[in-house]
Write a protein that binds this ligand. Structure first.
Ligand SMILES: *Cc1c(COP(=O)(O)O)cnc(C)c1O
Length: 400
């Protein structure tokens, strides 16, 4: 049976050995250069910027998991974004979501300011609006779903199908960091380029930075490789090796993370907080998300009504550490306006109805009772809830 027919959980751990000693885990080639068989024959590998066996093993493994023809591993998620924008020509027009990852927003805004690109930011949850904005001048569309921390879901199928029909030269680019290949296969939904920050779920242990770019079209793959080789942003062998190791437990980690996230989101909602999580039936795009993804992920956000109260909660948790990023085995808490989204100015945040008091939870694989206890204790300490008998009640009257 061809390995292509296995499910993702199996593909993640299944590795056909190609090693000369049949090593059960692919060895690490920490080598920058490779000797050539002769002056004219460069051999398979000559220089690690151009190619390295450890990077090849990782990329081939990822290609199966992401259902891609070719995957490239680079030094970070933003590095992947940079490579992708270099496929464009000066003056090209780009449509971007108005709730993209802060770093992506910063990259696109700087390219817009310097005159390299013309970037139009729109609410990509409004499918009809986006459709009306696509014309033959649009060369690239940047999408993300669900966005974070506002957890907006996008109709990727409809937008991609329309873009390909109306603007055949337009590349639809999708950032799948939030869902990971375990929950979504954007290439199956028609996107041209799928990329992810492997710093998050793919590696899962917050010990490396990495980005991956996946495509099906061989010509597009060649153009991407040209940029990576020219700029020298291929992932280092050791980081490739660590990413390969992290990858094997991806399915197990994500499964547990979203199981915990569902319980936490439900508990917070039951108490009366406005919770954003695509796994809750109250999410306005619950059905759309379900039609695109196998699961709802481990990231959720909620509002408390006051930035002071939110800050108090963040500073009172013990297990939930205050840190940016997500997708790691341990749980994190943050206030996006003060942290990950501080690179978006306050006025733009206000225009986009970004709640300043929003708390983001990135749920890990810990024991769910411990996680809930930690949250309860922090919410009580900060004055957001109080315990009455066995129950917790939200305090809403306090002048905050
Ligand atoms: C973190 C992140 C990135 C950037 O990736 P880095 O590895 O931090 O450079 C891009 N998109 C999303 C959705 C992210 O969460």
């Amino acid at each position: 049976m061809s390995p292509k027919t296995y499910n993702v959980e199996t593909l993640l751990v299944y590795s056909p050995s190609g090693d000369q000693y049949n090593a059960s885990v692919a060895p690490l080639y920490q080598s920058a250069t490779f000797k050539q068989p002769s002056l004219t024959n460069m051999g398979e590998y000559d220089y690690t910027r151009s190619g390295n066996p450890t990077r090849t093993v990782l990329q081939n493994h990822l290609a199966k998991i992401m259902k891609a023809e070719q995957v490239y591993a680079v030094t970070s998620g933003m590095g992947a974004g940079d490579v992708i924008t270099r496929l464009l020509s000066p003056g090209d027009e780009v449509i971007a979501g108005d709730d993209l990852y802060g770093g992506t927003h910063r990259l696109l805004t700087s390219l817009n300011k310097s005159g390299h690109l013309k970037v139009h930011h729109h609410d990509t949850t409004d499918t009809e609006l986006i459709k009306s904005k696509i014309n033959t001048n649009i060369k690239m569309i940047f999408l993300e779903s669900p966005t974070n921390p506002l957890i907006k879901v996008i109709d990727i199928r409809a937008i991609t199908e329309h873009a390909h029909r109306v603007a055949p030269d337009c590349l639809v680019v999708f950032d799948n960091t939030m869902m990971s290949p375990v929950n979504m296969t954007p290439l199956d939904l028609g996107v041209d380029i799928q990329y992810e920050s492997a710093t998050k779920y793919l590696n899962g242990h917050h010990d490396i930075m990495a980005g991956v770019i996946a495509v099906r079209n061989p010509k597009l793959a060649e153009r991407i490789y040209f940029v990576i080789n020219s700029t020298g942003c291929g992932l280092s062998p050791f980081d490739c090796w660590l990413l390969s190791r992290g990858l094997r437990t991806l399915a197990l980690r994500v499964e547990r993370q979203q199981e915990n996230a569902v319980k936490i989101a439900t508990w917070l909602e039951d108490i009366g907080f406005a919770v954003r999580y695509p796994g809750l039936k109250s999410h306005p795009q619950y059905d759309l998300h379900k039609s695109l993804c196998k699961g709802s992920g481990g990231v959720l956000s909620f509002e408390t009504g006051s930035t002071k109260l939110s800050a108090g909660i963040c500073e009172s948790t013990e297990i939930f550490g205050i840190a940016v990023s997500f997708g790691c085995v341990n749980s994190l808490i943050s206030m996006p306006c003060m942290m990950s989204h501080a690179s978006i100015d306050a006025q733009t945040r206000a225009e986009r109805q970004f709640p300043e008091d929003l708390i983001r939870l990135c749920v890990g694989i810990e024991n769910i009772s411990d996680l809930l206890d930690d949250l309860k204790t922090a919410l009580v300490k900060a004055g957001a809830i109080k315990q009455v008998g066995e129950k917790y009640i939200r305090i809403t009257s306090a002048k905050l």
